[in-house]
Each structure stands twice: as C-alpha cells, then as structure tokens.
Design a protein. Structure first.
Length: 265
C-alpha cells in the first residue's frame, strides 16, 4: 500500500506543488527521493509520472515529485530556481527532520536530469540521471542548419528519426533559454554549474537518442578533470529517459540505496 498526497504547495506565488508518495511503513529513517520529470521544459506534469512515484514508494522511498515553471512562458533559470526553492522548502518542512539532508537522493528524467545535476552540485545529494541533456551552447553552434520544431515531421516533412530528434532538441533548448546567444546558452550548459558539493552520480544514456552520447561523455571528462567520479550505464537502442525507466529502476535505486548506506558507515 502507498499513501499519496497530491499537490502540496511549495511555492504559493507561482502556485507550484508536489505530489508525495509514502511507503506503507514510513519511519524517521525512511530515505527521501526527489524525482524531477522531463518534458523539455515545455510540458510534463507530476501527475504524468504517478507510476514511478508508486514504484519508488514501494521500494521504500518517501518520494516527492515537484512541478516547476515551464517554457515558453518562463525562461532559464526559472525552472532551475524552482528546483532550489523546492529543496529549501523540503528541508524546512514538516516532512523532514533537521538531519534528513543525508537521507535525500534524486532521480531526474530528461531535462529533469539536467535540473537534478544543478541541485546535486549545490547540495551533494546522490543522483541518477536518465538521459539528462548536458550541452546546449556548443550543440546549437554545431547545428545551425537544423530547423527547430516540436513536430518536425508534420512541420517540415522530415522522416529521419535523428533529424526529428535534433529539431526538437533545438526547439526546447531555445524555448527555455529564450535566446540563441552563446553567453546565455553557456549558462544553461551543465559544465557551467557549481559542482563544489557534487556527490555520487550515476548517468544513464541510450546509444542513439535525443541526448547525444558524445555530449554525456564530454561532460564526464569535464567532471573527471575536477576529480568527480561518475558511474555511466549505456543502454542499447534509441530509448530516451522514461522509455527505459521501468527496465532500470532497480539499478537506479540500488545505486542510491548503496550510496546512502556507505555514507553512513
């Protein structure tokens, strides 16, 4: 049995809320998991990922799934700021004890993975990303000829899956950035984030999908230069984030659980 609380408001000004999924046997030692949904900062909602909330709770994690500001009405860093605001709210809420910061972990899907990285760098929460995009400025620079669209097949008659993915990548990047200027896009790049407190990190990526594997490898090289370790799991095929989530929940949660266990030893 899982207890669910829907739309607990964490930002009254923006009317942003989170859904909470409780394990049946919650105690003061229960681990807390924040799940950041994807959607290219354009769409997506906490209610759309109810199944993973239930799965995480059944695995023993008190799970919080927040909504955040979406583009094009809101531009970077709106959603990133919402993520930090949510964590601050959580740490000061009745849902956590004063020392619960050591019990918090994260999973982020797609751009939710980008946001999870941003939060991880500032709080050190053990984190798993599912196809989290990490590069924007250089990618846009290298894809000047790509026409941006959320539905390239309908808009341009494009049928090649790789070109359709590239078109959407460019579309959601520019929609959230609110600009195609390099200095703005560089601030969105994960390499621009503060990783001074980065803890254990696991990244999942398919071999050929929306999030180019080459950009993930470049990001890992960047972290390695800063002496940050990363566990990378490369999945065969074209699946992106939620496409493979059900097959890799166990690996993701085991990584997070074992990380917390080692930290307490």
């Amino acid at each position: 049995m899982v207890v669910i609380k829907n739309n607990i408001i964490y930002d009254e000004n923006k009317e942003l809320g989170a859904d909470i999924y409780y394990p049946n046997d919650t105690t003061s030692e229960t681990k807390i998991l924040i799940f950041w949904h994807g959607g290219g900062w354009l769409h997506g909602d906490k209610k759309d990922v109810k199944k993973v909330g239930v799965d995480f709770a059944n695995a023993g994690f008190m799970t919080f799934i927040p909504n955040y500001s979406l583009a094009p009405a809101n531009h970077f860093p709106a959603a990133h700021d919402d993520a930090l605001h949510f964590v601050e709210w959580l740490l000061n809420s009745d849902y956590t004890d004063h020392d619960d910061i050591k019990n918090i972990v994260q999973i982020g899907a797609s751009v939710g993975g980008t946001m999870a990285l941003y939060v991880a760098g500032k709080y050190g929460f053990p984190t798993v990303t599912w196809s989290g995009p990490v590069e924007y400025a250089n990618w846009i620079k290298q894809h000047q000829d790509v026409k941006a669209s959320p539905q390239a097949k309908q808009d341009f008659g494009i049928t090649d899956p790789a070109q359709i993915r590239a078109s959407f990548y460019k579309y959601f990047t520019l929609a959230y950035a609110g600009s195609d200027k390099a200095d703005v896009l560089q601030k969105l790049d994960a390499q621009s984030y503060d990783f001074s407190k980065l803890g254990k990190l696991m990244m999942l990526n398919s071999t050929d999908e929306l999030t180019p594997l080459s950009t993930t490898l470049d990001f890992i090289k960047f972290l390695a230069k800063e002496n940050h370790g990363v566990q990378l799991l490369v999945i065969p095929g074209h699946g992106h984030a939620m496409d493979y989530s059900q097959d890799y929940i166990d690996e993701s949660l085991d990584f997070l659980y074992q990380t917390i266990k080692r930290q307490k030893q």
